[in-house]
Design a protein around this ligand. Structure first.
Ligand SMILES: C[S@@+](CC[C@H](N)C(=O)[O-])C[C@H]1O[C@@H](n2cnc3c(N)ncnc32)[C@H](O)[C@@H]1O
Length: 184
């Protein structure tokens, strides 16, 4: 099932809304080996991540046009780009980081975080970015847009906990690093 409000605007407009190098640097993407991503979109993050890591970037989308665009941009990079409904089937791979970028406004966020947690290797992290709550040039309506505190609450229900602090990702986003919760 395609996640609500997950359609994309024009590619150049979408990519004007992020400082991709800053986001990947602040989330320390280079420390991870294999990375799995829900929603390649135009490959906005897939391509630079595949260039930055030493392992493989697995990226999944339900939209054939998005997959075609990302595959075209990927060239010889170590990217596995497949059509897959992650809500229905999970990720189907194991990775050191699982990315939920601009997507946690669906109607089953805990289920999605569980899928991400299940795909994590030991000591891995789920990396989330989302639109700040408030006025932004794009992003889902405020009624369904989660604040960081809301994501942290959902993460606990999925067996994850915040690692470090909420990360500021100007101009329009925040980020969270989530790790497997340690049972007491
Ligand atoms: C808002 S876009 C974000 C794309 C990318 N993560 C980014 O930030 O540039 C969400 C993407 O997720 C895809 N998507 C929506 N529901 C999905 C699902 N159930 N399984 C896999 N991909 C999905 C959409 O087709 C779309 O390309």
């Amino acid at each position: 099932m395609k996640i609500r409000d997950s359609g994309m605007p024009d590619e150049s407009y979408w990519e004007s809304l992020f400082d991709v190098p800053l986001i990947l640097s602040r989330l320390d993407i280079r420390r991870f080996h294999d990375v799995a991503e829900l929603g390649c979109g135009y490959g906005t993050f897939s391509i630079p991540i595949a260039q930055a890591i030493r392992g493989t970037l697995f990226t999944f989308d339900v939209d054939p046009a998005m997959l075609a665009r990302t595959k075209l941009r990927a060239g010889d990079l170590p990217i596995v780009c497949q059509q897959r409904d992650v809500m229905e089937s999970g990720f189907g791979v194991e990775a050191d980081a699982v990315l939920l970028f601009n997507i946690l406004h669906g109607d089953q966020p805990v289920e999605l975080l569980r899928h991400a947690a299940e795909a994590l290797r030991t000591n891995g992290q789920v990396l989330v970015i989302h639109w700040r709550y408030g006025e932004t040039p794009r992003g889902p309506s405020l009624e369904i847009r989660p604040r960081p505190e809301q994501v942290i609450t959902w993460a606990h229900a999925a067996g994850l906990e915040l690692s470090g602090n909420v990360v500021d990702l100007p101009p329009w986003h925040y980020g969270l690093r989530l790790a497997q919760a340690i049972d007491e």
